[in-house]
Write a protein that binds this ligand. Structure first.
Ligand code: ADP
Length: 234
């Protein structure tokens, strides 16, 4: 799936604007947050504590959007560091395991070529993998039936690339969703920002890699992340 240059430009421009104003928006949000906390006892006394919960979660959502914007507007040159793909996958599993268990999903991984390494901005690539695993959990929950959630990660060599696959047995995607998946702000979730995958796409592109997606409604989805391998002598 190819993202157009237009979408990339649009995202870069939005990121810049956001970086410029995010600070100014964050400060008032912080004080609103503080005052709502102070109003909690009052809201409780009139039986409307629920309002505080809604306001706080909406403020947090606004903060998340700003945070993701700021991430996407950061200088695009990644701070590269050599890392084995095996440890990248294992760390992602470690970081998501407890949330997965809480949500009743099983996480599995398989490393086919344990010696392969990539030169990556570890923070950025972890952000991508976490994003995709979290989306997988959401898709499993949204499938809403009795199936046992399963998320499988694997890593192997393919030509001059390391390929990390993340497969879920969640609700899958129809054509329309697949076509818009990487668009900034495209989301099908009530609480979504629609930024996770557009930012992920940019990060992978900046690393000289690519993302591919394969999905079947009601069956599940598979993301394939290609990252250039570090040559042995490097
Ligand atoms: P968000 O998670 O905030 O909605 P993303 O950019 O991460 O934003 O994802 C965009 C949309 O892509 C999601 O709202 C969802 O509809 C779809 N999507 C992403 N990953 C999956 C998946 N594993 N299974 C099904 N749908 C997915």
């Amino acid at each position: 799936i190819e993202q157009t240059a237009f979408q990339n430009d649009k995202l870069a421009m939005l990121g810049k604007i956001a970086a410029a104003i995010a600070h100014e928006i964050r400060n008032p949000l912080t004080s609103i947050r503080g005052f709502i906390q102070l109003l909690k006892p009052y809201l409780e006394s009139i039986g409307k504590l629920e309002y505080a919960r809604i306001i706080l979660s909406e403020i947090d959502r606004a903060n998340d959007i700003i945070y993701e914007f700021l991430n996407s507007s950061k200088p695009s040159a990644p701070m590269k560091q050599k890392l084995s793909v095996a440890s990248l996958v294992k760390e992602t599993i470690l970081l998501t395991e407890s949330e997965a268990h809480m949500k009743g999903c099983e996480l599995q991984y398989e490393i086919y070529d344990s010696e392969i390494a990539v030169a990556i901005d570890v923070k950025q690539i972890k952000q991508v993998l976490l994003n995709i695993v979290k989306n997988a959990m959401d898709a499993i929950l949204e499938a809403g039936d009795q199936r046992k959630g399963l998320i499988e990660m694997s890593a192997r060599r393919e030509g001059r690339f390391a390929v990390i696959r993340i497969r879920d047995n969640g609700k899958g995607m129809d054509r329309t969703t697949l076509n818009r998946l990487f668009d900034p702000f495209f989301t099908t979730k009530e609480e979504g920002t629609g930024l996770g995958l557009s930012v992920s796409y940019r990060i992978i592109r900046n690393h000289g890699g690519m993302i591919q997606v394969d999905s079947q409604v009601n069956e599940g989805t598979e993301f394939m992340i290609y990252l250039p391998l570090v040559a042995d002598k490097e």
